[in-house]
Design a protein around this ligand. Structure first.
Ligand code: FAQ
Length: 306
């Protein structure tokens, strides 16, 4: 009966063991996971666009090969994550419909434009760096299929972060114009990267319950702090300035103090009015329409064989 099943679920969570697809789970737990995993999958898929914008303009064969591999990895991450969401009883078609009709979200960060090749390095360094900070703890998520997908994804994200840092290292050791390009790019991406961690803890409606269920392991502010502390020495090594006058080491806290992201901008981007929201969704819709014949052919083939 329901009470015994609920007690089993609570015991699994309390013992920090994994919940698997066939196990009973509260409807709200299932709903929260579908929401988070779908948003995560959509982010990987939409996240191909800002970097894809530079594939045809990569400055060398080597840079092009690296960028192609990275963008293809993001597609793969989207696929693992849609597959993890499907174990919860939704299907990919339905999730894609919700993405292109703007009923489900994707990360705010992918609504900003990529204006120079330095952005490719800065996305790897800051955006993938933030993604790793947020996703390593998700490898211990209480839901088995999501946790297992995250292990593989995090390994690939680490490679992405390193390629970004290596690109920037090459640029800062180049000409003055290249160094200026890197600084200009860091100035644009720093605050949006901090916003990737979500609203401040006091304004995050989901954190408390998601932590109680072992879906999230840390709060949004804890992970944001970890990211700032990890990134400051890397910025120093690159010789770039992070655009925050309030950023300084606090010896009492043994952590960096830093300024407040512009939460009004964050709310506007999430609500659909960021610089590239319309363009990103339009592009995704067009790709989906262009792929209709492939889905129809696959369906016809499957029916013939049935
Ligand atoms: N953007 O109560 P909370 C990548 C929404 S990395 C948009 O704190 P939660 C790699 C949130 O959904 C990026 N929406 O929510 C890559 C909720 O809305 P809802 C993807 C945001 O879930 C690199 C509302 O605000 N990573 O793709 C954002 O407990 C380069 C209230 O917020 C993940 O998705 C935001 N930044 O915590 C790919 C990681 N923040 O649904 C290509 C997994 C919050 O109630 C190129 N997700 N919202 O209407 C998570 O860890 C969590 O979902 C958080 C949000 C931390 C993002």
């Amino acid at each position: 009966n329901e009470t015994a099943l609920a007690a089993d679920f609570d015991a699994t969570i309390a013992a920090d063991q994994r919940v698997e697809p066939r196990d009973w789970m509260p409807e709200a737990y299932r709903k929260t996971l579908i929401r988070q995993i779908a948003q995560h999958a959509h982010s990987e898929i939409i996240g191909m666009q800002p970097e894809g914008n530079w594939i045809l303009r990569a400055p060398s064969l080597r840079r092009k090969a690296i960028l192609l591999a990275k963008v293809q990895d993001e597609a793969g991450h989207g696929m693992y994550l849609y597959a993890a969401a499907e174990t919860l009883g939704v299907d990919r078609e339905e999730l894609t419909e919700k993405l292109i009709s703007a009923k489900q979200k994707y990360s705010s960060i992918f609504n900003y434009p990529t204006l120079s090749y330095a952005d490719i390095g800065v996305i790897g360094w800051l955006v993938d760096g933030a993604a790793i900070c947020n996703q390593v703890p998700l490898c211990r998520c209480s839901y088995g299929p999501y946790a297992r997908a995250m292990i593989r994804i995090c390994k690939e994200e680490s490679f992405h972060q390193r390629q970004g840092y290596e690109l920037l290292l090459a640029m800062v050791n180049g000409t003055d114009a290249q160094r200026e390009m890197v600084q200009e790019s860091v100035n644009r991406w720093w605050w949006p990267s901090l916003m990737m961690f979500g609203p401040a803890d006091g304004a995050s409606p989901n954190t408390q319950q998601s932590m109680a269920w072992g879906i999230k392991r840390h709060t949004n502010d804890e992970l944001r702090q970890r990211f700032v502390d990890m990134t400051v020495p890397q910025a120093e090594a690159l010789g770039v300035t992070l655009p925050d006058p309030d950023l300084r080491w606090n010896p009492q806290r043994q952590a960096h103090d830093f300024g407040e992201p512009d939460w009004e901008e964050f709310a506007a981007v999430i609500a659909g009015s960021g610089p590239c929201n319309a363009q990103r969704l339009e592009h995704r819709r067009r790709a989906h329409d262009d792929g209709a014949w492939v889905r129809e052919a696959a369906q016809a083939y499957a029916e013939k064989h049935r």
